[in-house]
Design a binder for this molecule. Structure first.
Ligand SMILES: [Ca+2]
Ligand SMILES: [Ca+2]
Length: 298
């Protein structure tokens, strides 16, 4: 009897430990509507071609082994009007190289078998305006897609985000919560680097009413001199100005990352859940982006 009671208490404790995460439903968009009449479109990609437009997007620009996976250009494609960043376990490693501006082949560290996914960065940079993507999120535990922006001064530690701030318009960590009907994304900022000086803030989770893994939503950011205002389907979800707003142009990024370290998928990084090597109906998981648009205030 005592053993049964002990087991029961252990189960209850496990459930109660998981409850805050399960019950953290995120808030619905509740602020103002974006008025696109106040803006003019200045840069966009509708992904109408049959390959990534490299005059607009840069591929190899950063570390290429990333957390529990590898970023590789082959995982990025354009088809049926969408940019697709595919994530998949490959037992045959892809070659890790790129061609530089002079068309010379540069070889990087050899990749191994593992999860392969992708990242693209805009060659275009802008300061202030409205930025949006319409997309469907990759449906798999242990990975997350993101729409974010950066500049080269994000790592400059001066007690301020005015020089440069990583702005995460959305990150999709919560596929595991999909099973409880808790479809959320999170939005936030980081500045003064990623070491001891790091500072950041977040508007927390935003709850999405449709199924963001099979249906499109539009995720947006209005960036003014005073604040960042986040939007879902044109309705405000929250705003931030902690540390001062970046006053320098930033480039825009679409990416997918895998839980783990050193190219090995494992653990539960950022609460994205543990990735499973078992083939499921969700693999390969696709981050599907219909369009990418940048506007300036009129
Ligand atoms: Ca700074
Ligand atoms: Ca499109």
């Amino acid at each position: 009897m005592k053993t049964i009671l002990k087991s029961l208490i252990a189960v209850l404790m496990m459930i109660s430990a998981a409850l805050p995460e399960m019950l953290s439903l995120g808030k619905l968009p509740q602020g103002k509507n974006i008025s696109l009449d106040e803006f003019e479109l200045v840069w966009s990609d509708e992904f109408d071609g049959d390959s990534l437009d490299k005059s607009k997007w840069e591929y190899n620009w950063w570390e290429t082994q990333r957390k529990g996976g590898y970023w590789h250009e082959d995982m990025v494609s354009v088809k049926d009007g969408n940019l697709i960043i595919k994530t998949e376990y490959l037992s045959e490693p892809l070659e890790n190289y790129y061609y530089d501006t002079w068309h010379d082949r540069i070889d990087f560290k050899e990749y191994k078998a593992g999860y392969y996914t992708g990242i693209v960065r805009s060659r275009y940079e802008q300061c202030y305006g409205y930025f949006e993507v319409r997309c469907m999120l990759p449906a798999a535990q242990g990975l997350w897609s993101a729409f974010w922006m950066m500049n080269d001064k994000v790592e400059n530690v001066d007690g301020s985000g005015k020089d440069g701030t990583e702005v995460d318009i959305f990150e999709s960590f919560y596929y595991k919560d999909h099973w409880w009907g808790n479809d959320c994304v999170v939005s936030g900022i980081h500045y003064d680097g990623y070491g001891e000086g790091h500072k950041g803030d977040s508007i927390g989770k935003t709850f999405i009413e449709n199924d963001p893994y099979t249906e499109y939503n539009t995720y947006g950011l209005e960036w003014t001199e005073d604040e960042y205002i986040f939007y879902l389907n044109g309705v405000e979800t929250g705003r931030l100005s902690t540390g001062g707003v970046s006053q320098n142009p930033e480039y825009l990024i679409l990416s997918c990352e895998v839980s783990g370290e050193n190219g090995i998928a494992s653990g539960d990084r950022h609460g994205a859940g543990e990735i499973s090597k078992t083939p499921e109906k969700n693999w390969p998981a696709e981050f599907t982006v219909d369009f990418f648009r940048c506007y300036k205030h009129k």
